[in-house]
Design a binder for this molecule. Structure first.
Ligand code: G6P
Length: 779
């Protein structure tokens, strides 16, 4: 309808133009045709006059014009010839046909014939007047024409005057003996002109119609092309797809996209997440899609560690991305979490079945603790998991170590956890969430005892390429163990792809890339990417945080920082994959490059001790300490030290305080599955200030594109990013931070778990339907 209206807007002026054209063209055409016909009638008259000339001259010279009557009557049989008369040289009408107007004198006829438009209006219609000289030979003259009558003849033309020089002298030359007046009927011209006018109008109308039709079709096609083009641009096509918008849209495409992006950003910020994933929604999903089935989580690290302290037992929260992510999910889902009881007071708080309700004071779910002997812990955790699998998967230039004894311990502990899962299961088909590289063999072990279980394994660290993985002596066993899972999750598509290629290289399995599934020994595993995240702090939680200025004051006081200082923080486990040395080098380079920041830039590195029983970790810690000392000795001034290395465990509240106090957060992992520190920093900054410097080798870099993304191996680039962060205006910080916050809020950990659990729900439904169909077939 809109298109039609638009087209009318175009067609109306077109129609008016055509009418105007017709208005001008028709009279013009009339005039032209009339002139043509008049010329035509003149020549026709000459023809007729020539034909009659001899007979007329003869009759005139004989002085018997009445002899012409029959001749004239015959001649006017021609429908176009209206009347004929013959005038003598004295100007009298000597003979005429009946229709010849009585009041038309020869002189007037001659005068009319001399006009450009020799037209005479009569009562019955208009006639064309033509006068033609009739010449005769003087010798043949029997009765000479009287001089008086010759004198009465007006001079018609110079040739006629020449012929009348001496009418008496006998001459062989032809002389004028009279004039033929021919009146041609003009009505047929009128008729023709009317016809022409009709044809012309018809032609203009058809032309108009044709132009209108073509216009409408072209307009429709272009309109559709435009609309489709604009729609494609709005869908984001043409950026990466080969479907380019129409060329005429090209000049606007960038503007259009930029405006759309701005609008989208604005909308997202105003509306909040499209679908708000909360703990409540996850609980609902469990009840609807998983029919309230039991959820069992298995991980090595426990979410709460009970330790003996000077004032009695204290509860600690470990520094672990895994725990940060899975704990809120368990609080929402209830169920049982099976983990290694590693705290010094852990045994003192459990019941007879080694269970304790957590979180302390809330008891939302049960923590079932598994006790490991020091040998088991050494072989399975320190040995195979952290000296073998961890460096194997991170490819961070630390060689993996594989010992047979570690492998044996790993198998044995995996079996012990599998037995615990079977013992905790209240049905034959619980939902089991297996966490991380400590339990690669667990899925197949559980599957052996609980074939109906839905086993979701999530690999929290990267998965290497097949060549790197190939150095593991037990690569086939590890892959087979993992393929006991119903769903196998990684943070990124890239890691999924690496895993599928590894299976393809080392196992006889059917891989369906299109569905992202692997069929191995008649069992199918879905391999999917589920980017992990954090629990987004709700308003009540955020309201309880101390104000930003207060956090800054407390941190400055504790660390005795100069009054005016840019504060950057790094918060990690003391692990060689985190790029701590690289970021210290970058701080050093920054102070070299921009010495005006000496005394005004402080970097605080929190490094929670981890796996300290391993040489690699101890020597790494020593190296970091040495480098810190060296840089501090270079740039320290009285009352100022550029780097503060805090090698202690910090509880979540203390970490949050640091995040809120900081101007910059530095995450420079050399390789990281996701990295949740950067997401926690963003969540802590409800003032929408602060700059995130983020390694491109952390999975988070794919989502958090508004951070300053760096290659931590490139010291110069990282130093420049620190400088840029230190100088970033508040408005730019706000713009970037607002966008980062809306991403993390939307893609929170409940969404991560929700996506996995709904995939599991669909999988279980499919399995149940297949079983029913099988039973029907058998019955
Ligand atoms: C990080 C990794 C996890 C891993 C955990 C182990 O958080 O992202 O994948 O499970 O470290 O740390 P831990 O101290 O338990 O060895």
């Amino acid at each position: 309808m809109k298109t039609l209206r638009l087209q009318l807007r175009f067609l109306l002026p077109l129609a008016l133009t055509l009418v105007a054209a017709a208005y001008v063209a028709v009279p013009l055409l009339d005039q032209v045709t009339l002139r043509w016909f008049s010329r035509d009638l003149n020549s026709r008259g000459v023809l007729v006059a020539n034909a009659l000339s001899d007979s007329v001259a003869e009759a005139l010279l004989a002085g018997k014009p009445e002899r012409l009557e029959a001749l004239f009557d015959r001649t006017i049989q021609d429908e176009r010839l209206f009347a004929i008369a013959v005038c003598g040289v004295d100007g009298r009408v000597l003979q005429s046909t009946r229709a010849f107007p009585a009041d038309l004198s020869c002189a007037r006829g001659l005068e009319l014939a001399g006009r450009p438009d020799p037209r005479l209006d009569l009562a019955g219609g208009a006639v064309h007047v033509g006068v033609h000289a009739v010449m005769g030979l003087r010798q043949a003259v029997e009765e000479p024409v009287s001089p008086a009558s010759a004198a009465a003849e007006p001079a018609a033309s110079s040739s006629e005057s020449a012929a009348e020089v001496d009418p008496v002298r006998p001459s062989p030359e032809p002389v004028l003996v009279g004039r033929l007046v021919l009146l041609h009927d003009l009505s047929f011209i009128e008729k023709r002109s009317q016809d022409t006018r009709r044809y012309l109008i018809g032609f203009i109308a058809s032309l108009g119609f044709l132009i209108a039709l073509i216009t409408v079709i072209v307009a429709q096609l272009s309109w559709r092309g435009w609309v489709n083009g604009v729609r494609a641009v709005m869908r984001g096509e043409g950026l990466v797809s080969p479907l380019l918008p129409p060329p005429e849209l090209a000049p606007f495409v960038d503007d259009l996209r930029a405006s759309l992006r701005d609008l989208e950003d604005e909308y997202r910020r105003m509306q909040g997440p499209e679908v708000d994933w909360t703990g409540e929604r996850l609980r609902m999903l469990l009840h609807t899609q998983l029919r309230g089935d039991q959820v069992i989580v298995v991980s090595n690290r426990e979410p709460y560690i009970h330790e003996h302290g000077p004032d009695g037992i204290v509860v600690k929260r470990p520094a672990s991305g895994l725990v940060t992510a899975v704990e809120p999910v368990m609080r929402a889902c209830s169920g049982t979490w099976i983990a290694h009881g590693s705290g010094s007071a852990d045994r003192d708080v459990v019941d007879r079945a080694d269970r304790v309700g957590v979180p302390p004071g809330h008891q939302d779910y049960q923590l079932r603790r598994i006790w490991l002997t020091p040998e088991e812990e050494q072989g399975y955790y320190y040995g195979f998991a952290n000296e073998g699998m961890w460096p194997l998967c991170h490819v961070a230039h630390v060689r993996p170590v594989f010992r047979e004894s570690d492998w044996e311990a790993y198998k044995q502990v995996n079996q012990r956890f599998a037995d615990a899962v079977v013992a905790e299961a209240r049905s034959e088909d619980p939902v089991v969430l297996v966490q991380d590289y400590h339990f690669a063999l667990l899925p197949a072990m559980i599957r052996a005892k609980l074939p109906q279980a839905t086993i979701l394994t999530f690999w929290h660290i990267p998965w290497p390429n097949p060549e790197s993985f190939g150095i593991c002596p037990w690569r086939r066993e590890i892959l087979q163990g993992m393929l006991g899972s119903t769903i196998l999750g990684f943070h990124t598509r890239f890691h999924c792809k690496n895993f599928m290629e590894t299976v393809d290289r080392y196992l006889e399995a059917r891989i369906e890339d299109e569905h992202s599934t692997i069929s191995f020994q008649d069992k199918e595993t879905l391999v999917e990417s589920y980017p992990i995240s954090i629990e987004w702090p709700d308003e009540a939680v955020a309201a309880a945080w101390p104000p930003i200025a207060e956090c800054r004051r407390r941190v400055s006081e504790r660390l005795q920082l100069p009054a005016v200082v840019r504060l950057a923080v790094g918060i990690d486990r003391f692990d060689y994959t985190k790029g701590i040395i690289e970021r210290l080098n970058a701080v050093e380079r920054m102070l070299e490059k921009a010495p005006e920041w000496i005394g005004r830039f402080v970097f605080v590195q929190v490094a929670a001790p981890t796996r300290a029983a391993l040489d690699e970790y101890r020597s790494f810690q020593e190296r970091v300490e040495r480098i810190t000392e060296r840089i501090n000795s270079r740039f320290s001034r009285p009352g100022y030290q550029p780097i503060h290395l805090l090698a202690q465990h910090h509880e979540p509240e203390a970490v949050n305080e640091l995040f809120r106090a900081a101007d910059i957060c530095v995450v420079t992992s050399l390789h990281d599955g996701m990295n949740l520190v950067c997401k926690e920093f963003v969540a802590a900054r409800d003032d929408q200030q602060g700059v995130l410097v983020l390694s491109r080798f952390a999975g988070a870099a794919r989502e958090m594109t508004e951070a300053l993304i760096v290659n931590p191996y490139h010291v110069e680039e990282t130093a420049d990013a620190l400088l840029r962060a230190a100088l970033m205006p508040a408005a730019e910080q706000r713009e970037r931070m607002a966008s980062l916050r809306s991403t993390v809020r939307e893609f929170n950990v409940f969404r991560w778990a929700g996506r996995m659990l709904s995939d599991a729900g669909r999988w279980r439904l499919r399995a149940r339907v297949e079983a029913r169909v099988r039973r029907l077939g058998e019955g």
